[in-house]
Each structure stands twice: as C-alpha cells, then as structure tokens.
Design a protein around this ligand. Structure first.
Ligand code: ZN
Ligand code: ZN
Length: 661
C-alpha cells in the first residue's frame, strides 16, 4: 500500500537531517546567544545564527559570481529547506504518536477549561454601599472628679463616614476630648513634654508630635507633674490607649448592602449583582445564600478567621472582593459574582508601630460666643470593595491564535525522540549499558539512525590534513602545526575509513577484463608487507618503505612532505599491481580525463601536467574513499615521486600540497 493512510505510515518517524559544523566561530556565537539571551528564547538564537550563516553564504556566492560570471540570475531569492529522514521503526513511530496524542489531548483540555477560544475583557464597575444597624454604647466619664456611666445610642450617622473610592468606614471605638477652646494650657505629660523649669521649654517650638506652640514657660499640669505651656486647643487631648473592650463592639451585628453594577463595553453587556427577585431580608452565607448582597460584618470576619471584638479595639482594613467570571456565550451563558473576603492591613497589630486604623475629627459649636469643639479620635474598620474579573465571548481570531500557538508543542515529540536517539547511540551506552542490560540491547539500533541523521563536518582549517598508511586500517586526521616534526611522526586522530561502495568500483576506469587464466598456475593475490625490503642508504630516515625521496620544497614547508606510505617497515605501495592499474596507467587516466571532458585533446605540453594531477586525485580517491577526506589528503613521498617520474614536469619546481580553502 502506498496510500497516505496505510498503517505503516503511522509507525514512522521523520526528523531533520542536521549538519554539525565544527567551527569555533559558530560555536562561540551559539554559546554567546545561549548565555546572553537564555535558552528559552532558543528560536531567536537559531534565527540569528541562520541569518549569519545565510549572509556569509550569500557573500561567498557573490564572490564566486563576480569571479566566475557563470550566471546573471540574482541568487538572493533562495529557498532553504531541511532534509527529512524517514525512520521506519514501529517503536519510535508509536512513541511519536503517543506523544502527539497527549499533546492534542492537553491542548483540547486547555482550550475548553481555560476557554481559550474567547476574547476576554476586564470588568468596569461602580459600587455603592449602605450600612444599617444601631449600637448602644456604655461609657465611663469623669464629672466633677466622680466616675459616671453614660449610655448612648449610635445610629448610621454617628458611626459611618463617607470615604473616597469603593470604601466605607465603620467606627468601632473612639476617644473623646470635650469642650476644647483656643488658649494657653500645659501639654499632656509625656517623656518629651515634662519639665522642671522654664529652661526646659523653648518659646515658639513646634514639635511634630506636640499639640501646640510652646510659650517657653514650665507650669503645673497637676500636683505632681510640670509640663511646658502651649498655645493650643485646650485642654489638650490625653495620649490614652484605645478603650478595651471596644465601645461599639456590637457593630458586628451591623449589615451592609453592596450594590455593584458592571459593564463589559467591548461585549456590550451590562449587569448588576442585585437581581430583581432578591429577598431583602436575606444575609450572605457562603453556602446557604452565596448570591445575597447583604453582609453581616461579624460574618465577614468569621470568613477570614479574624476576631471582630479584637480588631474593633485598634481598627483595621478589610477587603471585600467581588469576582466576576462571565461567560457571555449564548450556549453557556453565566455571569454571577463571587464574593470573598481578605484582611488587608497588618495582622501583627501588636508588634507594629502604629497598629490598626484610626483618624481624628471634630464637632464644632459655639458657647457664650466662644468657638469650642469636641475632638474625637475614631478607631474603626475600613472596608475596601475590590471588583475584578473578566468577561469572555467566542472569537474566531482568538481560536486561530490559540491553535497557532499550540503548534509549537508538537515539536516536543521530535525533540524527545531525537533526545532518545542521541542518548542511546552514545559510546557510553555501547560500552557500559548494553553489555550489562539485556533489555536495552535493542536500543543499539539507534546508533544506526544517529549515523544516518547526523553528519559531522570538520572545519577546513589551514592545518587540516588526512594521512593514510597502507599498513593501517584507518585514516589519521592531523589538525595541528607540524612545528619541526615530520608528518610521518605526528600521531593525529583516528578516522573511520568510509564504507566501501562497490557501485563506485564500476566507475573506475579499469580495463579489467580478465586475462585468460594461465593453466597450471594458481591465482595469487599480491600481499604487501610480505617482502620487507631493506632501506637503501639514500632514503630519508623517516621512510619505512625504501622508496621515498627528500622534499624539494623550501625548508619551512618541507616537513609536510615527509611522509611515507607505511607506518612500519615493509613493502612500498607503489610496488603493488593496483597502484599501477589505478594511478599510473596512462590509459586509465586518459579515460578519466575524457570522461569529464569528452572532447579533450591532450597535447604534449599539457598532457603530463593534467595526467599527473589526475593521478594524484586517483590515488587520494582510492586510498581515502570519501571526497571530503581526499581534498585534504597528503600523498606519501614515494607515491608522489613515483607519479612525478611517470608524468614529469618539463621545467620548474613541483608546487606541493595546498589547502583547497
Ligand atoms: Zn617510504
Ligand atoms: Zn612507499
């Protein structure tokens, strides 16, 4: 089945092919972005790196354009795409699909539960409150040196005051100073105001805490104490503590009616918290009557876990929160308030410097043509009504935006599976986990996917070169300066020889038609190394095959050509049959050159030079396999000189190896 809906398609995993560039420049840029912009703006980092790469690439292309002038088409309009690898592994495919199903389920859940398909708008509101209740107050006052109990009745006008904003104040406790008139009198005795003589007082002094302007005299406050005389409202207010228990402790039975009108102008919707069918005798209760807008003050304190009679002494601030979470869609219409309460002032009233909430006000009157006043320091509870919430209505644009934003989550599946492939293809797993953990063994297949997925590219620096010895199965990468050592002696880094692709062999220009078998003579494969030759005297000391010659290059470049075809003593590669067939055969090289340029005429002047270079390339392609390595391959001295002997240069010096980049 090749259709798009077969079951096999479900169990496949696609991933991008990534080319890892081992370049210090880009590595530094990547880390710079990592550190500076943090990893969560990963997209930005990738973008910047891509723009950078793209720019430098275009630059390069333009260079070659001006030099080669091969095309007039502007190359700026390019499209870059990622190569996708299709891994047909049912376990990985299953994992990917499980992941995708989970992401879809989560996104749908978030869409419905958070109503992400709605356009939301904050609430606009107005609040009005009405307090009701009567309190009886029992007060002890001193009259003519005698204690006297006075009973008062307090109604709304006595204990509530208009405040700005969505707030109202209920007085719960007070201190009264009656019969004050402007004049001279002693300050109330405190540590600050006590004095023993006029020298302790200063004329005209105005302390921030004093009740009036000092006259500079020290006079008797009572029989025992002397204080500074002040010009003030006399007698001055006594610095007493708030009465305990609070005088209006019965205020907890007061009720408050809160009227709240709200508006969502964007949705053209208006409503209020008081419905027409409201029972005017109800009282709010969290479970029994959660929609009643009439609150008993004591109940509010019970909800927050505070003690009213305790808080009534010093006063405080209480928040009444009205939360509107409105769904204005026709099919799920719901728009009712939710009430909650929160104490807003400092709960540790006893420890703070100015605990509670209080302020002073005065009632003025005239007695015998003298202006007098009654000063009242009022303690009480300020109720702040906080209205907040949103109204949401279905909006197609919001839905599209949400769907768009969830698409990025699907990338998580790729990230996760890629991480698994990377983890299970590590050398650590191969050497430490798989031999011990039998159930992990099948994960070794990830190494294959990894190899297919990631291609490593070494930065083509000036010092990069590859070396192949005929008696070693691998290739050595040398990426360092030689610093006076022969290339033969540099250890380098082992690189796997690329897998032999036999289909490439058919392209080799071998005229390998089998020679007729010679009867009676068994076929022999010539083995190098069998006939170890003795080193001749004139060959350099780094040579192991006996055929190398000293370099002709200037002294500073000479070390690069000091390379033999072998690491250990033995026969030279130039003595092999294959070397003759692949590298030296004039017919084969001509075939190769004409394969590329069919109408090539090799005249006597250029023939040797072209054949020589073709022979160099034949050798590197044969010994190094991949073109990536062959570009940086160094020929052993013996091969180089053998080829040069075959196709000599008529005049001048041979140039030697040059890095292609
Ligand atoms: Zn040699
Ligand atoms: Zn050799």
């Amino acid at each position: 089945m090749t259709g798009c809906c077969s079951w096999n398609d479900v169990f496949q995993y696609e991933t991008d092919k990534i080319i890892r560039i081992q370049s210090k420049t880009y590595g530094t840029i990547k880390w710079f972005f990592h550190v500076v912009l943090f990893s969560y703006i990963g997209e930005l980092r990738r973008c910047a790196a891509e723009v950078w790469l793209c720019c430098s690439f275009l630059w390069h292309v333009e260079d070659s354009l001006t030099m080669g002038a091969c095309s007039q088409t502007p190359l700026r309009c390019q499209y870059m795409s990622v190569k996708v690898l299709l891994i047909e592994n049912s376990w990985i495919g299953f994992l990917k699909n499980i992941f995708i199903v989970c992401i879809v389920v989560y996104n749908c859940f978030a869409l419905v539960s958070d109503k992400r398909y709605q356009r939301k708008e904050p609430v606009i509101s107005s609040v009005h409150s009405k307090i009701k209740g009567i309190a009886e107050v029992k007060r002890e006052i001193m009259e003519n040196g005698q204690k006297k109990v006075v009973w008062n009745v307090f109604d709304m006008a006595d204990y509530t005051f208009p405040l700005q904003g969505n707030s109202f104040f209920v007085m719960t406790n007070f201190l009264k100073t009656e019969g004050q008139e402007q004049g001279l009198c002693p300050e109330y005795p405190t540590r600050r105001t006590l004095c023993s003589s006029d020298r302790g007082c200063k004329k005209g002094w105005l302390g921030p805490l004093s009740k009036g302007i000092q006259t500079g005299r020290c006079i008797d406050y009572n029989k025992k104490q002397k204080t500074c005389e002040v010009f003030a409202w006399c007698p001055v207010e006594a610095a007493e503590k708030a009465p305990e228990p609070a005088l209006l402790v019965s205020a907890e039975n007061f009720t408050v009616l809160i009227k709240n009108n709200i508006d969502f102008p964007g949705h053209n919707y208006t409503t209020r918290n008081i419905l027409p069918d409201l029972n005017s005798t109800c009282t709010f209760h969290k479970t029994r009557d959660p929609q009643c807008p009439i609150f008993r003050l004591g109940d509010i304190f019970q909800e927050t876990g505070d003690n009213f009679s305790e808080m009534a002494i010093q006063g405080g601030i209480m928040g009444i929160e009205i939360y509107w979470d409105c769904n204005l869609d026709r099919w799920f219409h719901h728009c009712r308030p939710k009430y909650s309460f929160r104490r807003l002032d400092d709960k540790t009233a006893k420890e703070s410097l100015y605990p509670g909430y209080n302020f002073r006000f005065a009632k003025y009157y005239k007695e015998n043509n003298t202006e007098k006043r009654t000063l009242i320091k009022a303690y009480g509870i300020r109720f702040d009504i906080l209205v907040f919430g949103t109204g949401g209505k279905f909006d197609i644009i919001q839905l599209i935006v949400y769907i768009g934003s969830t698409l990025s989550y699907f990338g998580l599946a790729t990230v996760f599976v890629d991480m698994l492939i990377n983890t299970y293809s590590s050398k650590y797993c191969r050497s430490h986990v798989y031999p011990w953990c039998k159930c992990c063994q099948f994960c070794a297949v990830n190494e294959y996917y990894y190899k297919k997925k990631y291609e490593s590219i070494v930065e083509p620096t000036q010092t990069l070169k590859y070396v192949s010895f005929v008696d070693e199965p691998y290739i050595r990468m040398v990426n360092e300066r030689l610093l006076g050592r022969s290339l033969q002696d540099v250890k380098g880094e082992k690189v796997q020889r690329s897998q032999l692709d036999f289909s490439d062999l058919s392209r080799l220009p071998l005229s390998l038609h089998d020679p007729p078998p010679i009867p009676g003579q068994p076929e022999e494969i010539q083995l190098l190394g069998e006939e170890a030759r003795l080193k001749s005297r004139d060959c350099p000391d780094w040579c192991q095959c006996g055929s190398c010659l000293p370099s002709q290059l200037p002294e500073n470049q000479r070390r690069l050509e000091e390379l033999c075809c072998r690491k250990k003593l033995g026969a030279c590669i130039t003595t092999s049959e294959l070397f003759k067939d692949l590298v030296l055969s004039r017919r084969a090289l001509q075939f190769l050159l004409q394969y590329q340029e069919p109408l090539l005429v090799l005249d006597a002047d250029s023939a040797n030079s072209r054949l020589r270079h073709c022979a160099y390339r034949s050798y590197t392609t044969w010994r190094f396999g991949s073109q990536d390595l062959a570009d940086f391959a160094i020929l052993p001295s013996c091969c180089r000189w053998r080829i040069r002997r075959e196709f000599p240069k008529s005049e001048g010096q041979y140039s030697g190896f040059k890095s292609p980049y």
